[in-house]
Each structure stands twice: as C-alpha cells, then as structure tokens.
Design a protein around this ligand. Structure first.
Ligand SMILES: Cc1cc2nc3c(=O)[nH]c(=O)nc-3n(C[C@H](O)[C@H](O)[C@H](O)COP(=O)(O)OP(=O)(O)OC[C@H]3O[C@@H](n4cnc5c(N)ncnc54)[C@H](O)[C@@H]3O)c2cc1C
Length: 380
C-alpha cells in the first residue's frame, strides 16, 4: 500500500506530525516508525514549556500533560551573580521524556496512526512517492529522527557544526516533591555554558550542563565530570548526553516530498536549548501540509514554518551571536531582574516565539558594563 504519510522518528516532532495528520483527515493512512520501543528515554532537561501545552490542546490531546505538576517559578543567574527570578505568566512543566514521549505517541496511535518499530536506513524517491528501506511507500515523508538524523544525511544535508551545535548531559537526582522553581545557572567556564536544575514536582530533579560544541574541551567525559562536580548527588547511572542542533543554522526544511521537523531540521533555540516546542510546532505544520496538500507539501510547509517562526528564528540567531559577549548577557539579566516586562520578554524568547523589542534593547545597552566590571562583581 502507499501511505498518505510516513513519519520517521516518534519523538515530539514525529508523534505530533502523525497526530496532526490524523486530525486533519481521520481517514488518512499514516505510518509512524521509530527504531526504539516506547517508553524510551531521551537525554533532555525534560522542561516542557506551556506553549507545548497550547499545541496539544489545539490538537485535542491535552491528556498528554494531564496530572503533570505545574512548575511555577523560573530563576536565571549569570556568572556575575545577577539573578532574574519570578513567576512566568503561565506555569511550565517538567516531565521525564520517557513518560512525555510515550504519552504523545499513544495520542497519535489513538487518533489512528500505525506505529511500527523499525530503524530507517534508506530512502528513494520517484517524484510521486518516497520509499523507505525498499519497504514503506508514502506520498510524503516527515523526517523527525532527531539530532543525528539519518534521513537528513541521506538527503546529503550536512549536520550543524561549531557554534551552531550544542552538547549537553543530563542526570536525575533526588529532590523535594514540593519544589516548583526551574533554575538555570549560566557558567563562565566554556562560555556560553549553563547548568540547570529542574524539579519534576514528584521528588525527582533533572539536572544537567550544556555548552556550545566548539567550546567543549575534553569531550563527553569532561562534560560528565562537570555535572558530577556541580551536582554530586546525581545518580551517575542516569547520565546521558546528546547533541543540540541550534536554529541559528537551519537546512531548507523541505526537499521534494520529504519534510524535516524538530531536531532533524535544527530547530533548537540557541539561547535556551529548548527544542520540544519547536519540534511540536514543526511536526504539526509538516503533518498538516502532508495531508492537506500532498503534491505541494514542501512549499506549503516551508511557508507555514516561516510564517509562524521566521521572525523568532531571525531574532534568536542574532542574539546567539550577541550572547557570546558575556557582559551583554549580564546587562540583559540585570534589566530582566528589575523590569517585569523584560523578564516576560526573556521567557518568551527562550521558550516560545518571543522577539526582542527595541525598548528592551535600549535598556540592555544602558545597563551594559565592560567585562572588568562584571569580574569585580563576581569576585565579591
Ligand atoms: C541534554 C539535553 C537537554 C535538553 N533539555 C531540553 C528541555 O529541557 N526542554 C526542551 O524543550 N528541549 C530540551 N532539549 C532539546 C530536546 O530534547 C529536543 O529538541 C527534542 O527531543 C526534539 O524532538 P524530536 O522529535 O525532533 O527528536 P527526538 O526527541 O530526538 O526524537 C527522535 C526519534 O527518532 C528516532 N530515530 C532516530 N533515528 C531513527 C531511524 N533511523 N529510524 C527510525 N527512528 C529513528 C529516535 O529513536 C527518537 O525516538 C534538550 C536536549 C538535550 C540533548
């Protein structure tokens, strides 16, 4: 048979693509392939922005986050010791990916997608359809196979490099079941680098460290060591690292009848390392384009993605360059610490589709101090 849509990878991007396709046409034949059986673990901070909940609601799948305790606080601290802490306008969630992804896959399957366990290795196309592994024939394929995407490689698209690629390691540690604040501590060593401590609200914390790949010295072992030093209470057996392809360098998201979504399309926010929201949005747009306009799905998907996230990507790409100069980050967090509107703006830029506004930029520049001044603050 020829599937209306075949999706490679059943993480947030792929499962959402399958779910959105079934919502667009409940009669559609949608195949969802993953090399792993669910539930499966995924290296992640497990931070699920409230914007993801909005998408799940819109797709009629609010149950994916049902019962997840709200995480109401967000605290950001710079190496210079400046802290911006508060309650984002809406609460986020922290849900282990083993659980979140399995629930999202279940929602896609409940909606009618066919889930199969298979590792995709080859892809061919005759113009009218795409064939995976000489076995699965589809009118459109969504490649949602993550940061080391096989499909992207088969299309001849290079992987992200240098400053456009991050690497992070996460582990689980015991925590206070009542904790409701996500903490992000920026780290001077290997700048721009950060450590996080996210409570799940169930007595477990997800802790981790992340760094731009081109600033990592000593490889994955050094990264693991950094995490163990920062959080000695972490369960060493739970350590898991993975790459983060940042949206500051994105391939064309559509190639003929193959649409790239999520990490396979390099959609991770280069400022925050957040990728689940962008995976869910791109998966949704790709799934809808595949079902509604199979013969022009590529163009429809490109347009929809650009309309929804194009300006945001442009702003975060510029800011990703700017944050390499640490004093500007110290200044931005100083402004966010003092002004509620700037704090909210920062949260939206980091987690959703936010843009940097001119008024905030002017305030950041006014708060800017040269490097030495921040070094003095840190030394005190
Ligand atoms: C350490 C770390 C911390 C992070 N923290 C956060 C966070 O707190 N919040 C946030 O929003 N984002 C975070 N991210 C980013 C986030 O994890 C990703 O952006 C998100 O997982 C992308 O979803 P995806 O569906 O595109 O890819 P994935 O979640 O990677 O899913 C890809 C799927 O494809 C399958 N697959 C791969 N190859 C094949 C193949 N050949 N055939 C079949 N199946 C295949 C895999 O088994 C997997 O299930 C973090 C990333 C890292 C590495």
């Amino acid at each position: 048979m020829v599937w209306d849509l075949a999706v490679v990878g059943a993480g947030p991007a792929g499962a959402t693509a399958a779910l959105a396709a079934m919502r667009a046409n409940p009669e559609a034949h949608v195949l969802l392939l993953d090399r792993a059986e669910f539930p499966r673990d995924k290296a992640c901070g497990d931070g699920i922005a409230v914007h993801v909940a909005d998408q799940l609601h819109a797709l009629g799948a609010p149950q994916v986050l049902a019962g997840a305790p709200p995480v109401t606080g967000l605290r950001l601290t710079t190496p210079g010791g400046i802290t911006a802490a508060g309650r984002p306008r809406r609460a986020n969630h922290v849900v282990p990916r083993a659980e979140f992804d399995a629930r999202l896959v279940a929602a896609a399957v409940d909606a009618g997608a066919q889930l199969r366990t298979a590792k995709v290795r080859t892809l061919t196309s005759d113009g009218a359809r795409v064939v995976l592994d000489d076995r699965h024939s589809a009118r459109v394929v969504v490649a949602a196979d993550g940061a080391n995407s096989t499909v992207r490689r088969l299309l001849g698209l290079p992987a992200n490099q240098g400053a456009h690629l991050g690497i992070a390691v996460r582990g689980y540690a015991p925590g206070d079941p009542g904790a409701v604040e996500q903490r992000i501590d920026m780290v001077a060593d290997g700048w721009p680098a950060y450590a996080w401590d996210f409570p799940t609200g169930t007595g477990l914390r997800n802790v981790g460290v992340g760094v731009a790949r081109d600033r990592l010295r000593g490889g994955k072992t050094a990264l693991h060591q950094r995490l163990l030093t920062l959080y000695p209470e972490v369960d060493a057996a739970s350590l898991r690292a993975h790459h983060l392809p940042f949206s500051s360098s994105r391939p064309q998201p559509a190639h003929g009848r193959v649409l790239l979504a999520g990490d396979a399309a390099s959609l991770i926010n280069p400022l925050s390392g957040e990728g689940i929201y962008y995976a869910v949005v791109s998966g949704r747009l790709a799934g809808e384009a595949a079902i509604r306009r199979p013969d022009t799905a590529g163009a429809a998907y490109r347009r929809a993605l650009q309309a929804m996230l194009g300006r945001h990507f442009a702003h975060t790409t510029t800011l990703a360059r700017v944050i390499r100069h640490r004093p500007l980050v110290e200044a931005a967090v100083t402004v966010a610490a003092k002004r509620r509107a700037a704090y909210d703006e920062l949260v939206e830029i980091a987690l959703g589709q936010g843009l940097l506004h001119v008024g905030t930029l002017a305030q950041v520049l006014a708060a800017y101090r040269p490097e030495r001044r921040w070094e003095r603050i840190r030394a005190r």
